[in-house]
Design a protein around this ligand. Structure first.
Ligand code: F6R
Length: 603
């Protein structure tokens, strides 16, 4: 959802800015640009296209100067054109600005500025900011004061960074509801949308909060309140992410690499702080009503968790998509809302949490990105420790979240007596075997899944079908499939079939069944009945499941090393692999599917 970066040092920074843009490209990849201050002049180069191409065409690496800002764009206001790409300059060329977020009142501001004589070159909300800044600077002659005055007039969300020839030894940045962090280097300091912007240069990071202004020089960082200008003291945190994790490490795509990292992320998820686990467990027990929220993949994580909680604790913890939360949730002081979010920045989920908080509800979150907005906004956080997830599609982070939810449900089940000690220990033992099983699934089935993907590449319409917890697995797998292949895939509970969906089935229509183990007899037999209905209408069926193969399916993968509790997670891995190989066969842009961005920080 747009990436911003700024670097100030004492040597030529363009090579490092280019690297940061490459690392941030997953946040937005329709255009990019740099602005670097060199001998009192701001050099701006920008265009549409991927970073490597624009950087080469516009010779970014030849840009001189020690203070600069950069941007990767995911278009919101204004189409994908060179003029709309960031950085934007004011008419005098004295200020350059990059922005992530949406300025809701930009039209009114633009009109006012046009009347005051400002000429606009783009359709963006961001360009309004740089003109407004120049306007405020003309009033004050003090840049940080001008930025604070500018921010006071803005409605909407922003993380922005500014350079100006009036303050050649400084970079200014500000944040309101869009992510921003500072990196502390040696004789060089950094500002960025997230850790990926700076991971190659430093691990010392200061998270910036809403309503804060940052002034960076090469050897100092000052944080102030945007409203009063008052100074804020904040220590840096040390990031333990390995920069290697941000590289492809020999894999053709991040998606495949991150699928392969899942055994490790499952293990890392299970090393959660026992005190946190217990505290979260008490919170759940004390709440009269528990909501599990997320959006897109994290909604399906919440849905999967809903089934685990029902099975292991007897409680119906309600899964809701964050964007619908305020329209349907009952929120009061007896409510606990648990959010799932890889980025910790997703607008819909943040908004739902704030809505709940305002009504006096308790909030908690399972988050991957340290220092992200949600970490500061909720009462309690469990960090999932999955490392950077670069592919726009969430795989390893989602599985880690499910594992944490399952671990939590086990704890609550034990505490409430819903689970006997024997059952608890047994389940925990199986959960501890999950990482090994995930590794086996990946290594032993990927060749077969690849073959199925090649043989089904012409099928443009799919139903992904499951029952019980497997319906959540089917829905998440269908989301992966449509995101990365652009083929239509609809995930449904098997029960939906005879109530309408079966009308779709005709010769060659594709379906994938996510089948439970036969020991879950009711779910299994109903799923098989659905498959038979499709077969009798000449549909084409793939079966992902366990145990003995069946001649009902045109293609199937059956796993033999599983336990019923964690079995759905193994099928989720098959769903990921199927989407991945289908996208490769179809020559899709696997890590950056069209129109998508990681971390959706706007409404
Ligand atoms: C799908 C995907 C998205 C995210 C969703 C929430 O593969 O990645 O659906 O899951 O945008 O993002 P986070 O987890 O960052 O809150």
């Amino acid at each position: 959802m747009c990436g911003i970066v700024g670097i100030i040092g004492s040597s030529r920074i363009s090579p490092r800015l280019i690297q940061s843009l490459l690392n941030l490209e997953y946040r937005g990849y329709d255009s990019c640009g740099l602005a670097i201050l060199n001998n009192g002049v701001i050099d701006v180069r920008k265009d549409t296209g991927p970073v490597h191409q624009v950087a080469e065409q516009l010779r970014f690496s030849e840009m001189d100067g020690c203070a600069g800002i950069g941007h990767t764009r995911w278009a919101t206001t204004g189409t994908v054109t060179r003029a709309n790409a960031h950085p934007h300059l004011d008419n005098s060329g004295e200020f350059a600005l990059v922005h992530n977020g949406i300025i809701a009142n930009y039209r009114a501001l633009r009109q006012k500025l046009q009347h005051a004589g400002h000429r606009f070159l783009s359709e963006t909300d961001t360009e309004v900011l740089v003109h407004l800044l120049a306007h405020k600077y003309a009033e004050t002659g003090i840049l940080d004061e001008a930025i604070r005055r500018m921010c006071r007039e803005l409605e909407g969300t922003f993380a922005l960074a500014v350079i100006s020839n009036h303050e050649p030894d400084r970079i200014f940045a500000a944040r309101h509801e869009s992510p921003l962090i500072v990196g502390i280097g040696t004789g060089e300091n950094y500002i960025g949308s997230d850790f990926n912007a700076i991971l190659d240069y430093t691990r010392n990071v200061i998270p910036i909060h809403d309503g804060e202004l940052v002034i960076l020089s090469r050897d100092s960082v000052s944080i102030r309140r945007l409203d009063t200008g008052e100074k804020i003291q904040r220590e840096f945190v040390k990031l333990n992410w390995d920069p290697e994790l941000s590289q492809k490490g020999g894999y053709p795509h991040y998606m495949l690499k991150e699928i392969h990292e899942q055994p490790n992320t499952v293990e890392a998820a299970l090393t959660m702080d026992p005190e946190k686990l217990e505290a979260m467990c008490i919170k759940i027990q004390n709440a009269r009503r528990v909501y599990l929220i997320g959006v897109g993949t994290t909604f399906y994580v919440a849905l999967t968790a809903q089934y685990y909680f029902r099975r292991l604790t007897g409680r119906h913890c309600i899964a809701l998509s964050s964007d619908e939360f305020e329209h349907v949730a009952e929120v009061d002081e007896h409510t606990l809302v648990i959010a799932f979010s890889q980025s910790g920045e997703t607008y819909d989920t943040l908004h739902a949490l704030r809505y709940a908080k305002n009504a006096g509800s308790h909030t908690a979150a399972i988050i991957n990105v340290l220092g992200s907005s949600m970490v500061h906004e909720v009462e309690m956080v469990i960090m999932q420790q999955s490392g950077p997830e670069i592919c726009v599609l969430s795989t390893k982070a989602a599985i880690a979240q499910i594992v944490i939810a399952l671990r939590l449900a086990l704890e609550v089940g034990k505490a409430t007596g819903e689970l006997s000690t024997h059952a608890f220990n047994d389940h925990l033992e199986q959960l501890n075997k999950l990482s090994t099983r995930v590794r086996r699934v990946i290594n032993e089935t990927k060749g077969f899944v690849n073959t199925i993907a090649r043989e089904t590449k012409k099928i443009r319409n799919w139903l992904f079908i499951g029952r019980g917890i497997y319906s959540a697995v089917a829905m998440e797998s269908a989301l992966k499939m449509k995101e990365v292949t652009y083929h239509h895939a609809e995930g449904i509970p098997g029960g939906f079939m005879k109530h309408g969906t079966i009308a779709l089935i005709e010769d060659g229509f594709g379906s994938i069944f996510f089948l439970p183990p036969q020991s879950e007899a009711n779910l299994y037999h109903h799923s098989i009945a659905n498959a038979e209905e499709i077969k009798s209408r000449h549909g084409f069926i793939v079966g992902f499941g366990f145990g003995e193969p069946s001649d009902l399916f045109d293609h199937q993968i059956r796993l033999d090393d599983y336990d019923p509790l964690t079995a759905p997670i193994l099928l989720l891995v098959l769903g990921q692999l199927f989407s991945y190989y289908s996208a490769v066969v179809l020559k899709r842009n696997v890590d950056r599917p069209r129109s998508l961005a990681k971390s959706v920080t706007v409404a």
